[in-house]
Design a protein around this ligand. Sequence first.
Ligand code: AMP
Ligand code: MG
Length: 295
Amino acid sequence: MQALRDGGLVILPTETVYGLAGNAADPVAVAAIFEAKGRPRFNPLISHVADLAMAETLAVFDDRARKLAEAFWPGPLTLVLPIAPDTAVCDLARAGLDTVALRIPAHPLARQLLVAFGGPVVAPSANRSGRPSPTIYADAMEETGDKVRAALDGGPCEIGLESTVVALLDAPRLLRPGSVTRAQIEALIGPLAEADADAKRSPGRLARHYSPRAPVRLEAMGAEPGEAYLAFGPGAHRWNLSPTGDLREAAARLFAYLREADRTDPSAIAVAPIPREGLGEAINDRLKRAAGFVG
Ligand code: AMP
Ligand code: MG
């Protein structure tokens, strides 16, 4: 906590992935995050807050925003909203936009830190830009451990995929699929428009992202010689995302297995087909980007 006040960075576990946290109101701390990640500065960061009262000092909530916040906070949903007149989130954290991305995380360590700190904290995934997000402490330390003042070990992340991002500016838009599914959101606020036609609204949706060093081959029914294989469904494999075909389990293991497989220096990482419904939309989104295809 003192590390954050001093403008330092902290490795922070959340229920989605490990974050590289800094004071969202301090442009020097935010600049250090962009620098540590090698992240392009046009890609804005999510501000994490302790509670709805704090969120409402940073952004303007309409009825749709309140409904979603009530249903899914604390939890893996990020809302992009118009900024409040005196928002504490600095310009650099928002990449100069007049909107801000907000979330209340559910992980107890993250919440404790946010309550103690008492202000918004940006915490993009703790990986170097373009690499798979860290979902275990060791992977977070390997990526950016040398850039931080403090690091919190919260064990493996329960969800393992980054938060769902929804923009509520005009028509509600799904900017990034995640474990809060399209269907869950649409049940509360009606149809979601696609983000792809409007990539500038979420500059984070770059084609190549979440990528290991080895090329990634999708929809693979098995491995060619020299390839590592990420299986899904029954069968004995070194990396089986879920022998029982459970999408939650597959999401939680995805990034750690991509990293493990990558360390064996394969000619490629072949990944079994994953169903597209529900949480499968988010898993397939990350896989497509890991393989370098535009979404
Ligand atoms: P990360 O912090 O790396 O988990 O990524 C944050 C995601 O939210 C990226 O896809 C950003 O482009 C997106 N994002 C953050 N702030 C905004 C904003 N103000 N408008 C649109 N997208 C945003
Ligand atoms: Mg990221």
